[in-house]
Ligand binder design. Structure first.
Ligand code: SAH
Length: 378
């Protein structure tokens, strides 16, 4: 293995998985083995656009390069363990990773788009009180390959349905895990999603959702033009501390300042999507709505109200429709662009916050969240 590649997060004992590399990484690899950098775009097109994973079929590469790739690299995906389609068309995959862990990926069709909800970690360390993934604790970060595999697999499996209008047009990192605590691998995967030689998704079509890891939000703003969703769920620190423990570390004042800085760094006019899960009698009163209006004042906002999706022994209840509508109206009347997220795929446990997968090694259940690592390795 070459020194350049060894400096990625890859385990040097394993063969190089070509899915782990964005264009920059592939270019560095080809430079190391004395090939031209345009080989990177060719290989990306084969894998991500044409779905070809046998290097011998990559016919615009020389035979010797194909042989070399066959010998030194792999293109390796997780296995599809469960594939379920909801009566509303939502489709969910439970994927089995090489080490036996499982993650979930959900395809959500809407009138004008198809959104893929992608996982970034096995489990999650943040322990938000209303989230079933959090109940499982944190197991490990996903590799770039495991993140982009979800897009590769879903794109192919949806295409195979041959149903008009069903297509992956948007990706949201809102599945299992906290994407900004798996920074490097997530950024690399997002770069592949946005690369014209791979999925070519525009920055409006890729959203990274965070519970508010402030230093990582700043870093992200410096390096990617992408949509950011921030999971708020409360408009004051006391309440947010109890729902999102990460708030103890990065309280609302710092979080909102980071949102402002993020917006300022984006090339085009953009908004922050704020997510607010409505929990009956906890954060859904008129006063909560008014406090929320004050909190987001001056920040270009899309407010996404999410009716709580219940799961066993969560201890929370879903707000009534009346309450949700009333909360919506208070925000909308104050001029805040607000949407109520419809619950999708609940018959197959694919709804927001229900993604639990199955974690075989729970030994690190109470591991605390870690500081994001600074500095991209590629
Ligand atoms: N860690 C990231 C991304 C994963 S969660 C984040 O916190 O943003 C994606 C979204 O689902 C978050 O807004 C989260 O708060 C929401 N969510 C979690 N559990 C939920 C539940 N039971 N019902 C509805 N939404 C939930």
């Amino acid at each position: 293995m070459t020194t350049t590649i060894a400096s990625t997060s890859l385990d040097s004992a394993k063969p190089l998985n070509l899915l782990d590399m964005d264009r920059e990484g592939l270019e560095a690899y080809f430079a190391e083995i004395g090939e031209k950098s345009f080989r990177a775009s060719q290989v990306m097109q084969w894998i991500h656009q044409k779905g070809v994973c046998d290097v011998q079929q990559m016919t615009n590469l020389s035979q010797s390069l194909r042989d070399q790739l066959e010998q030194n690299t792999v293109i390796q995906f997780p296995q599809v363990d469960v594939d379920a389609t909801s009566k509303d068309g939502t489709r969910k995959w439970l994927l089995k990773l090489e080490d036996g862990n499982r993650i979930e990926t959900v395809y959500i069709p809407e009138d004008d788009r198809g959104t893929l909800c992608v996982s970034s970690q096995v489990g999650c360390a943040l322990d938000c009180s209303f989230c079933s993934t959090g109940r499982q604790g944190f197991n490990r970060n996903l590799s770039t390959a495991e993140i982009i595999s979800q897009v590769w697999l879903a794109t192919r499996l949806i295409d195979e349905e041959k149903k008009p209008g069903r297509k992956v047009t948007n990706v949201v990192l809102m599945g299992m895990g906290e994407p900004l605590l798996n920074f490097d691998n997530v950024v690399r995967a997002v770069r592949i999603m946005m690369d014209d030689f791979a999925y070519g998704l525009s920055k409006r079509r890729v959203t990274i959702s965070t519970a508010g890891v402030v230093p990582a939000m700043d870093r992200l703003g410096d390096m990617l033009d992408v949509r950011l969703a921030v999971s708020l769920h409360a408009a004051n620190d006391a309440l947010r501390n109890s729902l999102v423990p990460l708030n103890n570390k990065y309280p609302l004042k710092e979080l909102m300042a980071a949102c402002r800085r993020f917006i300022d760094k984006q090339n085009s006019r953009t908004r922050i999507t704020f997510e607010y899960v409505l929990l009956d009698g906890v954060n859904d009163s008129d006063d909560d709505a008014r406090e929320l209006i004050k909190l987001v004042k001056g920040i270009p906002t899309l407010m996404n109200l999410i009716p709580f999706n219940p799961f066993e022994s969560s201890g929370y209840k879903t707000s009534s429709n009346n309450r949700v509508n009333r909360f919506f109206k208070i925000l909308a009347d104050a001029g805040i662009t607000t949407v109520i997220r419809r619950t999708r795929g609940d018959d197959i446990d694919a709804a927001c916050g229900q993604l639990a997968g199955k974690i075989e090694d729970k030994s690190r259940r109470h591991r605390k969240f870690e500081e994001p690592r600074i500095g991209m390795t590629l």
